[in-house]
Design a protein around this ligand. Structure first.
Ligand code: ZN
Length: 396
């Protein structure tokens, strides 16, 4: 806690310098001035404080064509560490990372029917203690943690309200922040997983032009996080499935939200499974030998890769409908980059390729970058949550 208190009392100038190096480091002083517009004397004072607190370190010299090589500065990779947690509906994950967004430890577990909030927190603590032992860290090296999870939620109080489709019981009105802080004895910040994922992507981008980014996660639900000009754009009720409930077919399938024809009715794991099974009931051929009711999206993705016509049809249909939603979004909002991720996109190349093709058909005129998985892939939610602790607790 000593170290943490040091950091907490930084001046606004110190924070400004730290934030720039945190996002874009390693940087020379000349470049830091470019980002902060500070005078060299003010910068030097801040740098001294940050170096004294061991928040930033010298990191070699910039390649130079002649003359004295300028020194590069970066955030420390060794003094302070963060815990990142991702609680999702199919899996949960725990990571340990440093301030350079390097992941030192990661462990994942499945969210089966027995994973109630209590058991999940218990398991997270077990992994956390284990990670400290394996890394040879004492607990005071970890300055705090972040959780990215499922909404709707109150991110300040850290309460998960009424998420849909957790396999286990008990995920209603869960004070997850309090539960984790009690068990782990660590300060934890909480936010939507879609928001933490887009924040990770924002930090990963060394190109300053990518200030407007969207991060889409296709899994049990369709979740989207958006950042514009460095800020996370909140959605109504802080739920990150707002995009998933955009109506794309006005007389379409009924959705549990009460509307008809939402994106989620076509492009979620459950929608893909439901559609495939309904075709089997209508007499279509499937090469999957399981009982129809036991077929999962993984089975469907696997047989699609092997060339099964029905599975390809179902995935193509889902991808096409998701593309309609995304194209609506792209038309409305000035976005420079969209990261497409989540269990369906990460496991199915066929789905991803159909999706890309469908989106690109109509948006050739837009200058927009579409990427699969983003820099941090499956770690984006947990990593972004951990780094968000820095943003919320140290840089505010
Ligand atoms: Zn809906």
């Amino acid at each position: 806690m000593m170290l943490y208190n040091n950091i907490e009392n930084l001046t606004q100038d110190n924070k400004k310098v730290f934030e720039v190096i945190f996002r874009f480091g390693p940087l020379t002083k000349k470049n830091i001035i470019k980002y902060t517009n500070m005078k060299l004397t003010t910068l030097n004072r801040s740098m001294d404080t940050l170096i004294e607190h061991r928040l930033i370190v010298e990191e070699g010299e910039q390649e130079s064509t002649g003359g004295r090589k300028p020194t590069l500065f970066n955030v420390t990779s060794r003094e302070y560490f963060l815990l990142g947690i991702d609680i999702s509906r199919t899996y949960s994950k725990v990571i340990i990372t440093n301030l350079r967004k390097e992941i030192l430890y990661e462990e994942e577990f499945e969210m089966e029917q027995n994973m109630t909030p209590d058991t999940t927190v218990e398991k997270i603590n077990e992994i956390f203690q284990n990670s400290l032992a394996k890394l040879g860290f004492s607990k005071d090296k970890i300055i705090g943690g972040g959780l990215g999870t499922i909404g709707p939620l109150d991110s300040k109080k850290g309460i998960i309200f009424k998420p849909n489709n957790f396999y286990a019981k008990g995920w209603n009105n869960v004070s997850i922040k309090d539960m984790l802080e009690d068990k782990l004895k660590l300060q934890i910040i909480v936010n939507n997983g879609a928001n933490t994922a887009v924040y990770a992507e924002y930090l990963s981008s060394t190109v300053i032009e990518y200030n407007n980014i969207a991060h889409v996660n296709c899994g049990i639900g369709i979740r989207m996080g958006v950042m514009a000009n460095g800020n996370i754009i909140p959605t109504i009720n802080n739920s990150n499935d707002a995009f998933g409930h955009m109506v794309i077919n006005y007389d379409g399938e009924p959705c549990y939200c009460g509307k008809f024809g939402c994106v989620e009715c076509y492009a979620s794991i459950l929608a893909i499974e439901k559609r495939y099974k309904s075709y089997i009931k209508l007499g279509r051929n499937s090469v999957i030998t399981k009982n129809t009711k036991d077929i999962t999206y993984i089975d469907i993705i696997n047989v699609a890769e092997d060339g099964e016509i029905l599975a390809n049809e179902v995935l193509e249909f889902s991808a096409r409908l998701l593309a309609i939603g995304l194209k609506n979004y792209i038309t409305l909002v000035d976005t420079q980059k969209i990261v497409l991720s989540g269990p369906i996109i990460n496991t199915s190349n066929i789905f991803y390729n159909y999706l890309l093709k469908s989106i690109k058909e109509d948006i050739q005129d837009y200058n927009i970058v579409l990427v699969k998985g983003g820099k941090y892939k499956d770690n984006a939610i947990a990593l972004g949550a951990a780094q968000m602790f820095v943003k919320e607790k140290l840089l505010k």
